[in-house]
Design a protein around this ligand. Structure first.
Ligand code: RAT
Ligand code: ZN
Length: 414
């Protein structure tokens, strides 16, 4: 009897989770107006840096040999290593199988050639719509870097952005490599100095305001390793206090911090060469406490930081934990983190973002996120029912909408 009731509950939850469209609040996808920056198709999928790093453990090619190949050849090397010489068991490799299945590939075995045939390597409007629909996503947030020349050129032309794509301003170069940022800004005619003297702060504000105006972002972001300090009278602290936080306050924009990425631990792997580190939550605590009129979206890369992040969110309502990022975006850890968050915060967090770099990633990343969220919610609702609390479909709908979209939008608009 009880098993039957639990099964019926599981089906109700699954139906609602599947039917609720997602707002994907952090991706590396670009609106089609930004042309070649929007990646899709089989070869791009194979050249995803998560798969590249896994493939090196199998093919063991010298780095320069691999990087000297064309994208098509690299894709073939990765395919051979991970799908022919190995069973695609990892999170990223098995994701490719889910994408193929969503596109109607015959179950069984398929080749890279077959995959190239079912996926498109041109992101036409119809193809984008199809992928969004298969993924159950209706809006994605891009990661827009004002220091990326290719991207900057498009924004300078005054491109028209498809409303399914919203911008976020990613300021890693400004905050983490200020000397480089300064050179670039000087070349663009801003009167800034690496020692922050003279008109630097006013000019940085003018620059940031122009990007807010141009891109209409939903938040401003940067990533850090374990070196974030706050309060901080160094360069980063002053940039925060005198430029980023005031501009965010003025436009009611959250500041998103992605903490725990130790960059270029193996530079030979390029994008795939970054690693993880635990970080202190003290600076986040002080940021939230000292800047009550700012809002902070926080994700952390280390598994060890997840509990402390959730506890910090209990203390500060201007902190919104989001996503299970990169190395914690695995079936096991997403489940653990989602349970932890639900048990300590109720449905007041953002369980996942996709971090999609290739359009079709949306499909498997959200399929996986839905699987876990449905599993955890079914378990928690089942316990409530057994304890004598009725759970209606309308309750489930409200909770899932919050988790997949409203918590983000309400926070952005607050
Ligand atoms: O997960 C990733 O794709 C990483 O390469 C990073 O880009 C990370 O998500 C980031 O936004 O820094
Ligand atoms: Zn990312």
């Amino acid at each position: 009897q009880e098993a039957l009731a639990q099964e019926a509950l599981a089906q109700r939850v699954r139906r609602i989770v599947d039917a609720t469209p997602v707002v994907d609040m952090h991706t590396h996808l670009y609106a089609p107006a930004l042309k070649e920056l929007l990646l899709c198709g089989a070869d791009e999928l194979m050249c995803f840096h998560y798969l590249i790093s896994e493939s090196f453990r199998v093919h063991r090619l010298p780095y320069d040999v691999f990087w000297g190949m064309s994208k098509r050849e690299q894709a073939e090397v990765v395919w051979r290593a991970l799908f022919e010489q190995s069973t695609p068991l990892s999170e990223a490799a098995s994701g490719v199988i889910e994408i193929a299945q969503a596109f109607g590939m015959q179950p069984g075995r398929f080749t890279l050639h077959d995959l190239r045939a079912v996926l498109s390597d041109t992101p036409t409007a119809a193809y984008i719509d199809k992928v969004f629909q298969l993924a159950g996503v209706d809006l994605v947030v891009m990661t827009n870097d004002p220091f990326d020349r290719a991207e900057r050129a498009y924004w300078a032309q005054g491109v028209e952005i498809d409303p399914k794509f919203r911008a976020s301003l990613r300021l890693d170069t400004l905050v983490n490599q200020f000397a480089d940022a300064c050179q670039d800004l000087q070349a663009q005619g801003f009167d800034v100095a690496p020692d922050l003297s003279g008109r630097t702060f006013a000019e940085l504000e003018r620059w940031l305001e122009s990007w807010v105006e141009r891109t209409q972002p939903v938040y401003v972001a940067f990533s850090a390793a374990d070196d974030l300090v706050y309060p901080d009278d160094g360069v980063r602290g002053q940039l925060l206090d005198k430029v980023l936080l005031p501009v965010c306050r003025r436009h009611k924009l959250p500041l998103s911090l992605m903490i725990g990425a130790r960059r270029r631990v193996n530079p030979d792997l390029r994008l795939a060469g970054d690693s993880v580190t635990q970080a202190s939550l003290r600076p986040v605590e002080r940021l939230c406490a000292d800047n009550p009129d700012n809002k902070f979206l926080i994700t952390m890369l280390a598994r060890e930081n997840q509990h402390e992040l959730v506890v910090t969110a209990r203390k500060f309502h201007n902190l919104m934990p989001f996503g299970c990022w990169w190395f914690v975006n695995t079936d096991t850890l997403v489940e653990e983190i989602t349970r932890l968050r639900l048990e300590l915060l109720g449905p007041t967090f953002i369980p996942q973002h996709s971090d999609a770099r290739v359009l079709e990633h949306l499909i498997y990343k959200w399929q996986r996120a839905r699987d876990v969220v449905a599993r955890v919610l079914t378990d928690k609702y089942g316990a409530l029912v057994r304890r004598g609390w009725a759970v209606e479909d309308a309750d489930i709908e409200r909770d899932v909408r919050r988790l997949f979209r409203d918590n983000f939008w309400d926070f952005v608009q607050a």
